[in-house]
Write a protein that binds this ligand. Structure first.
Ligand code: C5P
Length: 206
């Protein structure tokens, strides 16, 4: 059983994916972390972000078992990740690893931008989780403030829109819903309500 969850940054897909994985006892892979880990390795080594062969080499070394959002969450890492995510050979390397992960028993939940369209097009359950850019920026802003940090809403809003443009505008695997994906707009929906909707879709497919 493979559950594919896609959507733009800060739409709530990570929270939803973790909750689904816990509920069904499935393995979970946040595929954004594979792009982030590649970007961080390049930044740490002082290597350029615009050399595709070097970036591909780093992508092939990413260890899926060692991914940790707490060390990969930094804003600069997200920005760098979306830059190297436009490179076809980086995508190919990471997609290969993601597909191997997807085969784990008894089931997997993968979340990202191209799971339903490219990584696992045959997944029996595909969800496309979205929300307006303003709502997503507000959620991200609240998260940062609640964690004790300081953040500027307008800057976050601009950042969310820039990331959307880059993810939706790239030629290789742009962010878009798969034709057979179920659309979940969480702009005016709680995570709990989104989870209940997702659960009924998954239960019907099991
Ligand atoms: O989801 P997250 O913000 O961690 O992803 C970081 C970046 O990695 C995204 O902006 C996107 O460019 C890229 N990404 C991707 N395909 C995925 C997951 C993430 O291109 N499946």
């Amino acid at each position: 059983m493979i559950i594919a969850i896609d959507g733009p940054a800060a739409a709530g897909k990570g929270t939803l994916a973790r909750r689904i994985a816990e509920t069904y006892g499935f393995h979970h892979l946040d595929t954004g972390l594979t792009y982030r880990a590649t970007a961080k390795a390049l930044l740490d080594a002082g290597l350029p972000l615009d050399d595709e062969a070097i970036a591909e080499g780093m992508a092939r070394k990413v260890d899926l078992a060692g991914l940790d959002r707490t060390v990969l969450s930094r804003h600069e890492i997200g920005e760098a990740a979306s830059k190297i995510a436009v490179m076809p050979s980086v995508r190919r390397a990471l997609v290969e690893a993601q597909r191997r992960f997807a085969e784990k028993a008894p089931g997997t939940v993968l979340d990202g931008r191209d799971i339903g369209t490219v990584v696992c097009p045959g997944a029996p359950v595909k969800l496309y989780v979205t929300a307006s850019a303003a709502v997503r920026a507000k959620r991200r802003h609240e998260e940062i403030v609640e964690a004790g940090g300081s953040a500027n809403y307008d800057a976050i809003f601009e950042d969310v829109k820039r990331r959307d443009e880059r993810d939706m505008g790239r030629t290789d695997s742009p962010l878009k819903p798969a034709e057979d994906a179920y659309l979940l707009d969480t702009s005016e929906m709680s995570i709990e309500a989104a989870f209940q909707t997702a659960k009924s879709i998954i239960d019907a497919a099991l």
